[in-house]
Ligand binder design. Structure first.
Ligand code: ZN
Length: 335
């Protein structure tokens, strides 16, 4: 009996090992097949970079574009590369990231794939500093790469990396991405530059609407409901919204992830709202809703929910659509 039992276990182990080996084999093989079609493999780190790249490579037969495996991850803080990501990156020729320190795993990628070209869309663009107000929020800057990392053009400490929230900066990112892809696939560079130009024109139409709103705001600072340019934000990404609309984010309570907000933080927040005569609060639906409801109950403020543009469908126009929605909400907020 005892001997049979051992034999059974042995057979089971053997079967599991074999099955595991076969599945891994199939997995790796199917992965390799993607990489053998002669196309240049471009991988993006997350949503806003992917959507920009998608518009640029439209109609090109020279490039295969993929995003890291978790499309709904949102911001990349604390992101851990999955085994699928590793396979994707091992085949990649070009890895397009946002930069500004938001991809905290980059130094590991640089070490694991020394041959891989890693380019940051935000390269050379002027990003905002972290607000430093409020407390307890995540800070991308804290995860600064340690010296020997591939992306060390800047020290990211204290950088607010959510630049895609400003349509002007996003245009800069699109142009950078077009240049990086053009360098990797010179044969199709004209197409990439033309695509980028067409996409940037669409983004510029959004910028024009924002400029219009900003102008109106300058002429009418006080009117019944909207008592000034001071706003409070519940997400660091909205510092870019404040900047582009000519508003002042007097306080940032960073609710970028599921977390407990202390009674002290709530008290600070309510004090800031009153002291600065704030009537508009910008929040994200996913993590800011509870606090938003509290604020609306406790104060006369109106809370508006904007999209941080870090998740959504993979349609080429999805950034444009989501940003247009944000503009419409801001128009309502600033009336
Ligand atoms: Zn973030």
């Amino acid at each position: 009996m005892g001997k049979n039992k051992y034999l059974f276990v042995l057979w089971m182990l053997l079967a599991i090992t074999l099955a595991g080996g076969i599945f891994t084999g199939i997995y790796v093989k199917s992965g390799n097949q993607d990489g053998d079609d002669g196309k240049i493999q471009v991988v993006t780190s997350f949503y806003p970079v992917y959507i920009a790249a998608k518009n640029i490579v439209e109609g090109s037969k020279g490039v295969a574009l993929e995003n890291l495996s978790e499309p709904q991850t949102g911001c990349m803080h604390d992101y851990q590369l999955t085994p699928q990501d590793m396979i994707m990156l091992s085949k990649a020729d070009l890895f397009l990231v946002n930069g500004g320190g938001i991809e905290s795993f980059l130094s590991d990628v640089g070490k694991s794939y020394p041959e891989l070209s890693i380019r940051a869309a935000a390269e050379g663009l002027s990003l905002l500093e972290e607000s430093g107000q409020g407390s307890g929020g995540h800070s991308h800057g804290e995860e600064r790469p340690s010296g020997d990392a591939v992306v060390t053009e800047g020290d990211f400490y204290g950088i607010n990396a959510h630049g895609w929230m400003d349509t002007g900066i996003y245009i800069g990112m699109v142009k950078n991405i077009a240049d990086f892809i053009s360098e990797a696939d010179k044969g199709n560079q004209e197409l990439y530059q033309e695509n980028a130009k067409a996409y940037c024109e669409k983004i510029e139409r959004l910028s024009a609407q924002i400029e219009e709103l900003e102008k109106e705001l300058k002429g009418d600072i006080i009117n019944g409901r909207f008592t000034g340019k001071n706003i409070v934000i519940f997400h660091e990404a909205f510092a870019y919204v404040a900047e582009q609309y000519g508003l002042t984010a007097v306080y940032c309570l960073d609710l970028d992830e599921e977390r407990q907000v202390s009674a002290g933080e709530v008290a600070d927040l309510l004090e800031e709202l009153t002291e600065n005569h704030v009537s508009v609060v910008l929040a994200e639906e996913l993590y800011g809703k509870d606090m938003g409801e509290t604020v609306e109950q406790e104060t006369g403020c109106n809370v508006y929910y904007l999209d941080t543009l870090v998740r959504g469908d993979y349609g080429a126009d999805s950034y444009l659509k989501a940003m247009q929605k944000n503009i419409d909400i801001m128009r309502e907020a600033l009336q």
